[in-house]
Design a protein around this ligand. Structure first.
Ligand SMILES: *[C@@H]1O[C@H](CO)[C@@H](O)[C@H](O)[C@H]1NC(C)=O
Ligand SMILES: *[C@@H]1O[C@H](CO)[C@@H](O)[C@H](O)[C@H]1NC(C)=O
Ligand SMILES: *[C@@H]1O[C@H](CO)[C@@H](O)[C@H](O)[C@H]1NC(C)=O
Ligand SMILES: *[C@@H]1O[C@H](CO)[C@@H](O)[C@H](O)[C@H]1NC(C)=O
Length: 430
């Protein structure tokens, strides 16, 4: 598709309305316990890593003190294994009293005092995936009210131990119940992941109306093969998934595992770049107390974060899959800018990929390009042939500014409306 045509197509989908709670107009950012800390409840032998009040306080302190919060990483999200095995005498969920002695409300206040937000986890079914009390349909109202009473800001609703019929009932009911509490609570639905992630079983129009984000696919693990299989699934199905995303409603390819054990630095840069192209929620699942400076600088890269957070909220796409193993990804951004990612599936050596912006369907003009990882800039005419050197399993990522001073002249070529651009003056950047 032509660059201009893609923008029109994307804008047309924006007439779909999102869940009306005013939240998450850009993809949510923060920290989520699951991938790194799982269901470690052994606070006797592993006090620093067990799922407890202290873990979330530690992470909040790091977000607050180490420059994460200012960049937008504000959610501190509890996942499974926080609850007591029994509901209280009034039928409400309660936190495990040994591991969360202050209760969830105290944690929420700790976050709010620091300009952070608290997320919590539940499950549409008889039990959570970890075997803790679930939220069956009859418990939806009381559980939504409990989370609101605790002043929770986000709720992830998993789907273990329920069937398709119960899910079809429960996920929309929870959306209504959260709304009825009067507290804006971001709503993350795991529903599509339990239904294969694709139509006709999954109705993305409906999801956009009831959830702020949704997990479409399986859980991420701490390995490159996991990151790659998730990225492949999302881009193979981009024609279905990209139109579903927009302000207030996001596809969620799952957590960032940058800073853990499984990815090299190149692969970490690749995950960050591809998640930014996908307009994905950025939930880190790592140990912010001990994270390396290399991983930190990738996760704190301001230009990539601003690409991820672009206010248009258009999810990008893979536009080329070369036989060489190079793939090119593109995302339109506000101010007529765009992002490009050149990704290598190769395992041998840096590959010198030659192309031009016109080959990538950019309209005529001169463009300022900035390499988001090196900060190097260049000015390229659309016709200029250039070479990017892409490392094995790595990326080169560019922010491409709008072309220099422009005039647009619509004209017809091959039955298609194109918009010719001329730069009348020399480049007009800065
Ligand atoms: C460029 O546009 C043409 C015509 O619409 C299309 O066939 C081609 O796949 C596009 N290429 C890229 C890289 O988007
Ligand atoms: C509840 O939904 C109504 C109507 O869609 C909306 O105006 C309101 O802001 C929502 N309230 C909350 C707390 O989500
Ligand atoms: C999908 O959901 C929308 C909104 O709820 C509804 O109008 C539409 O009929 C549904 N589509 C299908 C195929 O069920
Ligand atoms: C973006 O380009 C369009 C033409 O496609 C132009 O009308 C508009 O003014 C430009 N917007 C900005 C912010 O440069």
């Amino acid at each position: 598709m032509h660059f201009a045509v893609l923008i029109f197509a994307s804008v047309a989908t924006m007439t779909t309305f999102a869940l009306d709670n005013g939240l998450m107009r850009t993809p949510p950012m923060g920290w989520l316990a699951w991938e790194r800390f799982r269901c470690d409840i052994d606070c006797t032998n592993d006090p620093k890593n067990c799922i407890s009040e202290n873990l979330f306080i530690d992470m909040a302190d790091r977000l607050y003190e180490d420059g994460w919060k200012e960049l937008g990483y504000v959610y501190v999200n509890i996942d499974d294994c926080w609850a007591s095995m029994d509901r209280d005498k009034d039928g409400r969920l309660q936190a495990d009293p040994n591991r969360f002695p202050g209760g969830i409300n105290k944690l929420a206040r700790y976050m709010h005092d620091r300009g952070l937000k608290l997320g919590i986890y539940g499950d549409m079914g008889t039990h959570t995936c970890g075997g803790y009390p679930g939220t069956t349909v009859d418990k939806i109202d009381i559980d939504a009210q409990t989370f609101a009473d605790w002043e929770v800001d986000m709720f992830k609703f998993d789907g273990c131990y329920s069937n398709a019929v119960e899910q079809e009932l429960g996920y929309p009911l929870m959306s209504k119940a959260l709304n009825a509490t009067g507290r804006p609570i971001g709503y993350s639905c795991s529903w599509p992941a339990y239904q294969g992630g694709l139509p006709p079983k999954v109705n993305y129009t409906q999801l956009g109306q009831i959830c702020n984000l949704w997990r479409n696919y399986g859980d991420i693990q701490d390995s490159w093969s996991s990151v790659l299989s998730i990225a492949d699934w999302f881009f193979e199905n981009q024609d279905v998934l990209a139109p579903a995303a927009g302000p207030g409603r996001w596809n969620d390819p799952d957590m960032l595992v940058i800073g853990d054990f499984g990815l090299s630095m190149e692969q970490s840069r690749s995950q960050m770049a591809l998640w930014a192209i996908m307009a994905a929620p950025l939930f880190m699942s790592n140990d912010l107390r001990t994270i390396s400076s290399g991983a930190r600088s990738i996760l704190q890269n301001k230009m990539i974060i601003s690409i991820n957070q672009d206010p248009l909220g258009i999810q990008g796409r893979r536009i080329l899959k070369e036989k060489s193993g190079i793939e090119v990804f593109w995302r339109p951004l506000s101010n007529n800018a765009s992002a490009l990612v050149f990704f290598s599936r190769r395992n041998d050596m840096p590959y010198r990929y030659q192309t031009s912006l016109s080959k990538l369907n950019y309209t005529t003009g001169s463009y300022k390009v900035t390499d988001v990882y090196t900060d190097q800039t260049d000015v390229l005419k659309d016709s200029t042939e250039f070479v990017v050197s892409v490392n094995p399993t790595g990326v080169v990522m560019w922010y491409v500014s709008a072309p220099g001073k422009l005039q647009y002249h619509p004209f017809i070529r091959g039955n298609k409306l194109h918009r010719q651009t001329y730069d009348t003056k020399q480049n007009n950047f800065l």
